[in-house]
Ligand binder design. Structure first.
Ligand code: B4P
Length: 184
């Protein structure tokens, strides 16, 4: 799985990793954005939360991930989780879901990019939820809810912190180096 501040490039690098290793890419942000654009019940619930820079509820997110990880392609190809877990409750749920399915987590990548840089990247990205206020709120929630998970992964000896500054290609080579140790 890959975690990091919003705008650190998780989505960008996840596409490269999935392409290089043939694993399934599960992005909770993509699932939510698809639901919003299709106007489903989930999308209607998620839209306002995302626009404000908030986090969609743990109950909803845990349900989405549990359902997706139960599909057979996950066992066949392996999975890269992008943007989940983001809270302690989601991390506990992930551990339970994987145990129930007979799977386990092999690596947690922390894509480390400083606040000033992710702010610039999100302003340049210009997604509809990238307003100044939403960006400020998202980064505050990251420090409060997601950053403490780094200790959770460290305690389980799963954490690798990668410098996310530099070109996309340079960052990808750093990621490959840690993934290689894990899949060897
Ligand atoms: P996500 O879809 O996960 O997106 P993100 O964290 O904002 O960005 P990411 O890190 O993927 O950065 P990107 O590659 O786009 O979340 C969106 C929202 O969904 C959340 O705010 C939340 O509301 C909700 N959500 C998702 N998961 C949830 C969960 N588990 N629980 C609750 N709510 C959840 O890169 C950013 C920009 O930088 C791009 O423009 C990119 O081109 C550029 N970039 C990338 N790499 C670069 C590099 N090396 N150098 C320069 N620019 C680079």
């Amino acid at each position: 799985m890959i975690l990091g501040r919003q705008g650190s490039g998780k989505g960008t690098q996840s596409l490269r990793i999935a392409d290089a290793y043939g694993c399934v890419h599960v992005s909770t942000g993509d699932v939510l954005r698809a639901a919003v654009s299709e106007g489903t019940e989930l999308g209607l619930k998620a839209a306002a939360v995302m626009e404000s820079g908030g986090l969609v509820s743990d109950e909803i997110m845990n349900g989405i991930v549990a359902e997706r990880l139960a599909k057979p392609d996950i066992g066949e190809r392996g999975v890269l989780l992008d943007g989940f877990p983001r809270t302690a409750d989601q991390a506990d749920a992930l551990e339970r879901i994987l145990t129930d399915l007979g799977h386990s987590l092999s690596l947690a990548i922390n894509l480390d990019v400083p606040v000033d840089e992710v702010t610039d990247r999100m302003m340049a990205r210009g997604r509809s939820d990238d307003t100044e206020e939403a960006i400020r709120r998202r980064l505050q929630l990251y420090e409060e809810q997601t950053a403490p998970l780094l200790d959770w992964f460290e305690e389980r000896d799963l954490l690798a912190t990668i410098d996310g500054l530099g070109s996309e290609g340079v960052v990808f080579e750093r990621l490959r180096a840690v993934i290689a140790k894990c899949v060897a």
